[in-house]
Design a protein around this ligand. Structure first.
Ligand code: SF4
Ligand code: SF4
Length: 67
């Protein structure tokens, strides 16, 4: 099953990946990242298709898609 891994040191919580995901897989964590942001996380992992749209739109190259 495909999944994403978010590099919390890079993520700035901009929500672009949330908007880009066609299946509402991503939301922002309630926890803080090491750099003080709410990082992106998977909230509906079963819906991820591995399409990589989230990774393409992330301006901080924080998302890796694992297939
Ligand atoms: S790979 Fe596609 S389906 Fe999976 S979280 Fe990213 S945008 Fe959503
Ligand atoms: S697009 Fe990148 S920086 Fe923005 S919330 Fe998503 S993972 Fe974080």
């Amino acid at each position: 099953m495909p999944k994403i891994e978010v590099d919390e040191k890079r993520c700035k919580g901009c929500e672009l990946c949330m908007v880009a995901c066609p299946h509402q897989v991503i939301s922002l964590s309630k926890n803080f990242s090491p750099t003080g942001y709410h990082p992106a996380c998977m909230v509906k992992p079963e819906a991820c298709t591995g399409c990589m749209l989230c990774a393409f739109v992330c301006p901080d190259v924080a998302i890796e898609v694992c297939k």
